[in-house]
Design a protein around this ligand. Structure first.
Ligand SMILES: NC(=O)c1ccc[n+]([C@@H]2O[C@H](COP(=O)([O-])OP(=O)(O)OC[C@H]3O[C@@H](n4cnc5c(N)ncnc54)[C@H](OP(=O)(O)O)[C@@H]3O)[C@@H](O)[C@H]2O)c1
Length: 239
């Protein structure tokens, strides 16, 4: 069977664990060259070893803190020098912060959550835009949450950051409508990861879908064949 991402250069943030890790592995299986971003270098190296053993693909590792915006600009320049383009961007890294009533939220937590979930995504968009335009089919996926459009008590900064992210993407989608690029929003829904366990400690994780089971949705939106733009897709587990 032909691979759906053959030869595509794909940047995936939050690749050290959870959803981003599963997406990175699936992308390599589908023939992409994955560029892996997260803070935890050891986890990225482990993932690189797994990908290499399984697929023969050698990933590019970029250990960095997305709060460092100058570093995001440098990533853009480095990808341009090495590859001259980017075919797929998966802006997946995210931070839960603290679930608490709005008026009790520590401003430091607000700033950090906004920074990682929203501002770093703007900085990525800005830095990767010329590289995605240089591709014949630049595809971007930004990862949101249902609480970004349906209010839920105590989800505080996390919910607000995702609402902002959704509007950023929908605005950008309007702007790129006449280019070869597409940008979409993916809502994974409740998925068995560390973030979900932190948010819902009483829940049985075995009742949740796995990150691996939704990775195919990222393949669909990240491939040249994707013709959606400005949509919000809710991930369904693969049959
Ligand atoms: N799991 C769910 O049920 C669910 C539901 C709806 C939406 N989502 C969204 O799905 C995305 C992935 O979530 P997940 O559940 O897979 O979370 P997770 O297991 O906690 O993983 C989060 C990832 O983000 C990275 N990250 C966090 N802060 C970072 C920073 N400052 N710089 C660079 N990387 C950073 C982490 O890597 P390092 O710690 O190594 O930096 C990690 O790889 C998030 O955007 C989340 O909001 C998840």
């Amino acid at each position: 069977m032909s691979k759906k991402l053959e030869g595509r250069i794909a940047l995936i943030t939050g690749a050290s664990r959870g959803i981003g890790r599963a997406v990175a592995k699936r992308f390599a299986q589908e023939g992409a060259h994955p560029i892996l971003v997260a803070r935890t270098q050891g986890a990225l190296e482990e993932l690189d070893d797994e990908i290499r053993a399984e697929t023969g693909v050698e990933a590019t590792l970029l250990p960095l803190d997305l709060k460092n915006h100058d570093a995001i600009d440098k990533v853009g320049a480095a990808i341009y020098e090495r590859f001259g383009r980017l075919d797929t961007l998966v802006a997946n890294a995210g931070l839960l912060g603290v679930l608490t009533p709005m008026h009790q939220l520590d401003p430091k937590v607000w700033d950090e959550v906004m920074n990682v979930n929203l501002t770093s995504c703007f900085r990525l968009l800005r830095s990767m835009d010329p590289l995605l335009r240089a591709s014949d089919s630049g595809r971007s996926i930004y990862v949101t949450s249902v609480v970004g459009h349906i209010p839920r008590a105590f989800w505080s900064a996390y919910a607000v950051s995702k609402a902002g992210l959704d509007m950023m993407v929908r605005t950008y989608a309007e702007e790129i409508g006449k280019t070869n690029m597409k940008v979409n929003i993916l809502n994974p829904g409740a998925t068995r990861t560390g973030m979900r366990a932190a948010a819902m400690p009483g829940e049985d994780p075995n009742k949740l879908k796995t990150p691996e089971s939704i990775a195919h949705e990222f393949v669909k939106l990240g491939s040249a064949e994707c013709d959606l733009n400005g949509e919000m897709i809710t991930a369904e587990p693969e049959e």
